[in-house]
Design a protein around this ligand. Structure first.
Ligand SMILES: NC(=O)c1ccc[n+]([C@@H]2O[C@H](COP(=O)([O-])OP(=O)(O)OC[C@H]3O[C@@H](n4cnc5c(N)ncnc54)[C@H](O)[C@@H]3O)[C@@H](O)[C@H]2O)c1
Length: 356
């Protein structure tokens, strides 16, 4: 029997309840050991569901992190800066939900703290662990030439999550505490963007919160691009042109809250074939990410689409297994803190290109 690591959650909201907690419960690698949420109602309700003893249900992360039995945490708060620093200093391995931070300065401090403590810092870009992305990446490596890439990421309303999952919500966090938390995020973004570009914070925030999922996949396939052009329109939609050296990519990100849509695709065009990777709505468990390969039949101009479904493994589950491997076998995280910092840099570079 391999040794199970004791893991805790900081921030037991939507993503923790829908994805991380159920996969930890089923895990052969981790024992769900402790929970922390600012809301006592949430931590008690989730603690009951998962059978966590009362003394390991916390509303104060300092008390949770002081437990020497705890090996690792998953950080699922909205703002990861303070929990990330504290977990690193307490010597706990960390899987931090994306975005790592809202500014480069915060990211640097967190990365530095993890390095000094010698703990694993991995960022929750689960799509990097998606088997269809692995297949897509291999197909890209076989292409002789790429002419154009297009990335399109339009998120929609999440209002129906409640009809798919039972999510415990609390009403016991004072409004001043909630407001102060939101203000800290806003302040970090404005410090990064500068007052002159503060009006672009909604687009920067969306880019960090949602579209970094795609920027990391692009970087891991093609490297770090140079931003040639960026425009923010409709108070948050961001369109950018990126230079990857031998080809360019159009990157479109936006949010359509009035509709229940999830429209996230990456197209790669090359003379011999084109590839389209299409992601499902993120909370549809085991829904496969679909790759379409379009090419001519050998020796003819007859054009065919081949649809590839490379397994049904849930990316969040694969991400958790990789986290264990990093802690116990010294594997390098595929989505390390240092690497996630580049997505903050790229989002910032895009915002800097926007004509005011
Ligand atoms: N990987 C993905 O696809 C994905 C999807 C959704 C959300 N996320 C990320 O997960 C994070 C959380 O998102 P969510 O939708 O679950 O938000 P949420 O608001 O539902 O949950 C956040 C929880 O953290 C708690 N919290 C806040 N500050 C805290 C503190 N200091 N100590 C303890 N608890 C604290 C809140 O009370 C709340 O219950 C965000 O960073 C988001 O970007 C990732």
């Amino acid at each position: 029997m391999k040794k199970k690591l004791k893991i805790g959650i900081i921030g037991c909201g939507q993503i923790a309840q829908i994805e991380h907690l159920p996969y930890i419960r089923d895990s052969l690698d981790f024992e769900l050991y402790s929970l922390c949420d600012l809301s006592n109602q949430v931590v008690q309700a989730v603690g009951e569901i998962y059978g966590i003893p009362a003394e390991r249900r916390y509303t104060d992360m300092d008390a949770q992190l002081a437990d020497s039995q705890l090996d690792a945490v998953i950080i699922c708060t909205r703002d990861h800066y303070e929990p990330g620093l504290k977990a690193a200093r307490a010597g706990k391995h960390m899987l931090i939900e994306k975005p790592l931070a809202y500014s480069l300065e915060q990211a640097d401090e967190m990365i530095d703290a993890a390095r000094k403590s010698g703990v694993v810092m991995m960022v929750g870009y689960m799509k990097r662990y998606d088997p269809s992305y692995a297949y897509f990446k291999k197909e890209i490596e076989k292409l002789k030439d790429i002419t154009l890439v297009r990335v399109h990421d339009y998120g929609g309303s999440f209002d129906f999550t409640g009809s798919l999952f039972n999510i415990c919500r609390g009403s016991d966090i004072p409004k001043e505490v909630m407001d102060a938390g939101a203000q800290q995020i806003q302040d970090a973004m404005v410090r990064q963007l500068g007052q002159q570009r503060a009006q672009l914070a909604p687009a920067y925030s969306f880019m960090l919160g949602i579209s970094t999922h795609d920027s990391i996949l692009m970087r891991h396939a093609f490297g770090m691009p140079e931003v040639l052009f960026a425009d923010v329109h409709q108070n948050g939609f961001l369109t950018s042109v990126l230079d990857y050296g031998s080809f360019r990519a159009v990157f479109e990100s936006g949010f359509l809250p009035a509709r229940r849509v999830w429209d996230e695709k990456i197209w790669v065009y090359a003379p011999e074939k084109s590839l389209t990777l299409e992601f499902p709505w993120p909370y549809l468990k085991n829904a496969p990410t679909k790759l379409t390969v379009n090419e001519n039949e050998p020796g003819s101009m007859v054009n065919v689409d081949k649809v590839v479904v490379n397994g049904f493994e849930e990316a969040y589950r694969a991400e958790l297994q990789h986290f264990y491997d990093c802690i116990t076998n010294g594997a390098a995280p595929l989505t390390a803190g240092e690497d996630a910092r580049r997505d903050i840099q790229l989002a910032y570079d895009m915002i800097c290109k926007v004509k005011l």
